[in-house]
Design a protein around this ligand. Structure first.
Ligand code: MN
Ligand code: MN
Length: 470
């Protein structure tokens, strides 16, 4: 509020935060709704990394992308993708300029916390059948009991044939559940801490109860195997070479009377994955620099493994692109810029003690830029340079991207990691930015439509920017 005596000095010198809805036009509200529809469809269908990759490939091929063939000649405007073992994907639109000048990369991950089945999952106890699980990523275990679960994943048969499983989402599909103890008998359980009340070994999924019609042992287990054999052609030993997971079965929904929010499983980080994919697919003209979109796997367990961002698979593809232009990959990376697009924590007024209000992201304040991540003294962070933040300020303000700075809660409360440091370790200038999330890593996370759209707009602004200098 301008003060009569300050001659506008406060307005001039103080930084002012403003709700995003006070900063956009009516037309843009319509675009937010349109964008959200596409995202909700993606999130409903992509519950696992393989499903996200398949969805992205389908969408990309409809827009003229095709699988890159090693050694092929590419021209400015060529649209190619590299499918890394069906679990991570790198897409590129070749730019006007040489890769010698670097490329602009946006990297998100498509894996989310979930309950992986163990390799010997099936057992029967007291004439009920269960799957044993080993959870994947950081979860609060008590949140995963007494909610509807779906079963997703892939079984690799001994023959090499793959069987894809997705059960629990179509109308009429059965669902699965991990039971909890009734409050009447939970006196001892309720005295435990929240991290001890439900244990990892206790996360066993109820999958059936009708015994097979004979006089033998393990009749419910046999009846379940019989159903699985009929439906998927699998035997019990096929679980050994399977990647199956129990994931929340909730549909993705609009939240609130004003429908301004989206509730669903796996916003982290499919909300940013969709934003960068959509931005790449929406490029109308050949970009100045080559634009690269990464959908990574294994971020939630530390980005290790052949499909994680620490894998050389990324170099394998990028080196080929560079070779096609007689460019040394090292020079390309040194002049590239990477937006590590990952979600951040949104300030939650129900839990104010965990946050630091002036530095944490707020719902409806736009894309959240994290200069650094890490935990307790920035440990494990990549910490982007001041110059990069200035570059984003300049670019986003020019393109009317609503953005905010964000940190992950109070200094000594926690923190988190992303793929940023693995990109920065490759000698690529990198910064984290993404959508603020409420209830992050819960089976049902919440984001705002406004922030989703602004993250898309932010990535698009970077892809189309031709004048980047730090
Ligand atoms: Mn994430
Ligand atoms: Mn996460």
């Amino acid at each position: 509020m301008a003060n009569e005596k300050d001659n506008g000095l406060r307005e001039e010198l103080f930084s002012a935060k403003k709700n995003g809805y006070d900063r956009i036009s009516v037309e843009e509200r319509v675009q937010i709704e349109e964008y959200s529809k596409g995202y909700i469809d993606f999130l409903n269908k992509a519950r696992m990394e393989r499903e996200a990759v398949r969805y992205a490939v389908d969408l990309a091929e409809k827009q003229g992308f095709r699988e890159y063939v090693a050694g092929e000649a590419l021209q400015p405007g060529s649209k190619v993708y590299f499918n890394n073992r069906g679990k991570s994907l790198v897409l590129a639109v070749i730019g006007e300029r040489s890769l010698e000048e670097g490329c602009v990369i946006a990297g998100a991950h498509v894996d989310s916390p979930r309950l992986d089945l163990k390799q010997h999952p099936l057992y029967e106890s007291e004439e009920m059948a269960f799957f044993r699980t080993h959870y994947y990523g950081g979860i609060k275990k008590y949140q995963w009991v007494a909610i509807p679960l779906a079963l997703h994943g892939t079984v690799a048969l001994k023959s090499g044939e793959l069987v894809h499983v997705a059960i629990g989402h179509e109308p009429g599909d059965p669902k699965f559940v991990i039971t909890d103890l009734l409050p009447h008998l939970a006196q001892d359980q309720m005295k435990k801490t929240m991290s001890e009340g439900i244990t990892g070994e206790g996360l066993n999924v109820l999958i059936g109860s009708v015994p097979y019609d004979d006089d033998g042992s393990d009749r419910v287990r046999l009846a379940i195997m019989s159903i699985l054999h009929d439906q998927y052609g699998i035997r019990e030993e096929d679980f050994m070479s399977a990647e199956l997971a129990a994931v929340p079965a909730f549909p993705v929904d609009e939240i609130g009377f004003d429908r301004s929010l989206i509730g669903g499983y796996g916003h982290d980080d499919r909300v940013c994955a969709y934003a960068e994919l959509k931005a790449l697919l929406d490029l109308k003209e050949v970009p100045a620099r080559t634009c690269v979109c990464i959908l990574a796997d294994k971020e939630e367990t530390g980005s290790d493994g052949v499909t994680g961002m620490q894998s050389a698979a990324f170099e394998y593809f990028m080196a080929d692109l560079c070779k096609g232009q007689n460019v040394d990959l090292r020079h390309c990376f040194a002049r590239s810029f990477c937006l590590s697009a990952d979600v951040t924590a949104a300030f939650d007024p129900l839990y104010p003690d965990a946050f630091e209000k002036s530095n944490d992201a707020r719902i409806n304040y736009g894309m959240g830029i994290c200069k650094f991540t890490g935990a307790r003294g920035k440990s494990g962070t990549s910490d982007a340079s001041a110059e990069i933040v200035a570059y984003l300020r300049r670019t986003f303000d020019r393109e009317n991207v609503v953005w905010q700075l964000s940190e992950m809660g109070k200094v000594d409360k926690g923190g988190g990691g992303t793929i940023a440091k693995y990109m920065a370790n490759r000698n690529i200038d990198t910064i984290d930015a993404g959508v603020p999330v409420l209830s992050m890593h819960a089976p049902y996370e919440v984001v705002s439509k406004f922030d989703c759209y602004m993250t898309y707009k932010g990535v698009l602004a970077l892809y189309t920017d031709s004048d980047y200098r730090f």
